[in-house]
Design a protein. Structure first.
Lengths: 325, 315
């Protein structure tokens, strides 16, 4: 009998000037989600089910960039995407262009379990959702005042803005000049992707992974990022489960999530070595982070950005919630 | 000094050995023609990225292959095309899905790669992007062929999603040998070892509206890096979970396999027989075209003079 392990993330790349209150809220959310996952794992819920329920919690909470609280498109609407993968038989499901489904990760799961396909998007995905009877809401449900403010700032700056949550009273200007860190060509104060994800290995040694996001603030309609792409933002095999976050282009080109498993399978590396390897060698000039579990009950986080919202726990009682190195 | 190489495909699937001449010959001619223009382009020094794009454009324009004109139909009888392209040296890539009026999806994928900070645009927004950039568009009906309407009806009748290759059914002898089409793709390498891959498709006959396959997913249907360029075809859902195109390169890099070994292994592992095929070239000018289906429309050529157009396995 193996040992379970779980990790969650709320995005890679954090402004060093992030207000303390926000840091605290993030930690509390991550802790709460970890505890949810831990309780489920202790009652023998399977890895794929735990991934789904934890990501649902992250989507429902408006703090991070997924579900409610998603970043806004250039038109002020929300377009969400998500993917989920069950390592056991490498089954997967993904959705993009979701506008009325309360929990995109659950729709991705339904695509995996209840459709003949692996990836559904836009109106086709929405139709499928209705036929499956999932929770449907108006697009406004997902839009928060914070993000409406951020979108205005982003348009003023005429730049793509990740879902950085700062008080909307002009602090962004000050922070922008203070902070020398740059991601995706933008100062870190206006870039902070808070894509969410969860990876789990259960007592049977089954690995699973899931990722969910609203994407980039002020993004073009119809833009798809790494989160719904199997092999890029999400991957799970018999050996491991991986969820990534950060600069989407870098994650896609480097097929980051798949590569963790590939170096384990083809080079025989252990989980820590595999994560270190891909973070160090696969990202070129890109910034990203990931969380991963192995079928041996290990859990590893890795990132080359200046921080990553994350939490992890293992069956032997280890638990940690962190943001910085 | 290694030479250039190019390989292209018009889809892998259950292509019956007794495919009638009137179905086989036009496709062989088309493959030969596309090979010739690809070779001419490489010889004239065009970068592999340009070569892969122009060959795929040609395949998209040909109505007998499942891409662009001649795309298979969704369950609603509409066309939803997708494509992706990747440059091996820079690993830059572009992808599009859900296109209904864009004449050459592969060129729109390239535009996404070169003219936006993004990699992947889809559906209405991708169509709007095309118009904003003056890309050639036509009425959707342009892409729909009588053969594909027949295929859709056949699939509906059997109430199943099928690969675009289907063995003929005893009940409809007039469809005998029909549906010999699939995703199209091209990979190319020049003598400096620059690699590129491009793939384009209409998807699955009778697919759900909004269904995305492996073709626009980088690492699944398309991949290129400094070692090789790969374009895959077959059952999209299997190719996605198998990250087939990426795996060829990963096997070469992490397990030290040769192109031929890596390509064969990736196809083998992709799923049950009848799942997939691929074309691949390496930085050393080698070519591999393995498939675990009955056949794969394919062609390749290398600088040392070798060239081939084929459908079934060589004995």
């Amino acid at each position: 009998m193996g040992r379970w392990a779980i990790a969650v993330h709320g995005g890679a790349g954090i402004d060093p000037n992030l207000p303390a209150e926000r840091q605290e809220q993030a930690k509390q959310l991550l802790t709460r989600c970890l505890n949810l996952g831990i309780a489920a794992l202790s009652s023998n819920v399977s890895a794929i089910d735990v991934v789904e329920l934890v990501v649902r919690e992250l989507e429902t909470d408006p703090l991070f960039n997924s579900g409610r609280g998603s970043a806004l498109t250039e038109k002020g609407t929300v377009e969400m995407e998500a993917s989920i993968m069950d390592g056991t038989k490498r089954r997967c499901g993904a959705v993009s262009g979701i506008t009325t489904v309360k929990n995109p990760i659950s729709l991705a799961r339904l695509v995996m379990d209840k459709s003949p396909h692996s990836y559904l998007a836009f109106s086709g995905a929405e139709d499928f959702a209705r036929k499956q009877g999932v929770d449907i809401v108006d697009n406004e449900y997902f839009v928060t005042d914070d993000n409406v403010g951020m979108l205005k700032l982003a348009k003023e700056a005429n730049s793509i803005l990740f879902d950085y949550r700062i008080p909307p009273m002009g602090c962004a200007g000050a922070a922008a000049t203070d902070s020398p860190i740059v991601m995706n060509g933008l100062p870190i104060s206006i870039y902070a992707p808070e894509t969410v994800g969860c990876v789990v290995v259960d007592k049977e040694g089954r690995c699973a992974a899931g990722t969910s996001t609203g994407g980039l603030m002020n993004k073009m309609m119809g833009r798809i990022g790494d989160s719904p792409l199997i092999g890029a933002g999400t991957y799970a095999s018999e050996l491991c489960g991986v969820s990534c976050t950060g600069e989407g282009e870098a994650i896609i080109r480097s097929t980051l999530a798949r590569d963790v498993s590939a170096v384990m399978e083809y080079k025989g590396l252990g989980l820590q070595e595999a994560v270190d390897y891909v973070i160090k060698h696969r990202l070129d000039e890109g910034f990203a982070g990931l969380i991963a579990v192995s079928n041996k009950g290990e859990v590893v986080c890795g990132f080359n950005s200046n921080g990553m919202f994350r939490g992890c726990a293992t069956e032997d009682g280890y638990m940690e919630v962190a943001m910085w190195e | 000094m290694v030479g250039w190489a190019i390989a292209l495909h018009g889809g892998a699937g259950d292509i019956p050995i007794d495919l009638p001449e009137n179905r086989r010959i036009p496709r062989e001619i088309a493959l030969r023609h596309c090979l010739d223009i690809g070779v001419a382009a490489l010889k004239s020094g065009k970068p592999p990225l340009d070569v892969a794009e122009l060959v795929v454009r040609e395949l998209e324009n040909h109505p007998d292959f499942n891409a662009g004109k001649g795309s298979v139909l969704t369950t609603e009888g509409t066309v939803e095309m997708e494509a992706s392209i990747m440059d091996g040296k820079s690993k830059r890539c572009g992808a599009v899905s859900g296109l209904t009026t864009v004449v050459n999806p592969i060129s729109l994928a390239r535009l996404v790669m070169e003219k936006t900070p993004h990699i992947y645009l889809a559906f209405d927004a991708a169509e709007a992007f095309a118009r904003a950039h003056g890309v050639e568009t036509v009425e959707s009906s342009h892409f729909i062929t009588p053969e594909n309407i027949a295929r859709l009806n056949q699939a509906k009748e059997f109430n199943r999603v099928q690969l675009d290759y289907t063995a003929p059914t005893p009940k409809e002898p007039e469809n005998c040998g029909d549906s010999q089409i699939g995703t199209v793709g091209c990979v190319a390498v020049d003598s400096a070892g620059n690699l590129a891959s491009a793939t384009s498709t209409g998807g699955y006959v009778n697919k759900m509206v909004g269904r995305i396959g492996d073709t626009p997913v980088i690492g699944a249907g398309t991949y290129a890096n400094h070692l090789c360029a790969v374009s895959a075809t077959g059952k999209g859902e299997e190719i996605i979970r198998g990250t087939v195109a990426r795996d060829v390169a990963a096997l070469m890099e992490f397990k030290g396999l040769s192109l031929a070994e890596a390509a064969a292994y990736a196809v083998d592992q992709s799923g049950p027989r009848g799942t997939c095929g691929l074309v691949a070239v390496s930085a050393n000018g080698e070519v591999a075209m393995p498939f675990n289906t009955t056949g794969m429309f394919r062609a390749c050529a290398t600088e040392d003079g070798y060239n081939e157009v084929a459908i079934w396995p060589k004995n």
